[in-house]
Design a protein around this ligand. Structure first.
Ligand code: DC
Length: 220
């Protein structure tokens, strides 16, 4: 029997990270934050000062980067031996990640790195194409979304709590631009898998979303 995977896809700021981590803890499963892989590549490309419109160069960086994930209370990421955790969550990193994630050649290089996370007893995988591409055979899939306005507010709160400066209106606009890019790209665009449970979390608390997903997973 294959190792079970619960995929949680959706646009940025829908609460996927918080929900996925909590569910992974409850089930005693591993956790893959696939966005952090694209974000790490954005940081590596920036460090090496390459032109990110040059796909071949981005691919070379993707092939050579060494990533180490440690999932404690927070996700800790080391890129080529150096801690990049604090840089991971900035908006600049997220936007660059979204740009380079649109290249099919880049996605191909990062595919196996993501599949390697599938280890016993199970995996909760969060991203944009977890249920449609990377773990298309997962029997448990969720598509988690919320209104752009609500997602902007949540992201704003997260950044402020981390001590990062932010502007709500600008943040909401950037989120919408990023989502549009993620939805409209030809390679593995953000979309709901046909067999995914759809949850709009605009009017729900994080606890309610976690409970809804857990009830559904246990029912299957
Ligand atoms: O989830 P996130 O905000 O950390 O993701 C950052 C970007 O990475 C996102 O805008 C698009 C890209 N991404 C992707 O293309 N596929 C995934 N499975 C996860 C993220």
């Amino acid at each position: 029997m294959s190792i079970p995977v619960l995929t949680i896809d959706g646009p940025s700021g829908a609460g996927k990270g918080t929900v996925s981590r909590a569910i992974a803890m409850q089930l005693g499963w591993g956790y893959l934050d696939s966005g952090s892989i694209y974000r790490s590549l954005a940081i590596a490309s920036n460090q090496q000062e390459i032109d990110i419109t040059d796909v071949a160069k981005v691919v070379r960086v993707a092939e050579s980067m060494l990533l180490k994930f440690e999932c404690a209370a927070e996700l800790n990421v080391k890129l080529n031996g150096k801690d990049i955790t604090s840089e991971l969550s900035t908006e600049t990193t997220g936007n660059t990640a979204s740009i380079i994630a649109a290249y099919p050649e880049v996605r191909a290089v990062l595919l196996q790195k993501q599949k390697d996370f599938r280890q016993a007893p199970g995996l909760v995988a969060d991203g944009r194409d977890m249920g449609t591409v990377v773990f298309a055979d997962a029997e448990k899939k969720v598509f988690l979304t919320a209104s752009a306005e609500e997602r902007g507010k949540r992201r704003y709160k997260q950044l402020i709590e981390k001590g990062i400066n932010a502007n709500l209106a600008q943040l909401t606009e950037e989120i919408e631009v990023r989502d549009q890019r993620d939805r409209e790209r030809t390679s593995a665009p953000l979309k709901q898998a046909e067999d995914a449970l759809y949850i709009d979390s605009s009017e729900l608390s994080i606890e309610q979303v976690i409970q809804e997903v857990l009830d559904w997973v246990r029912f299957l």
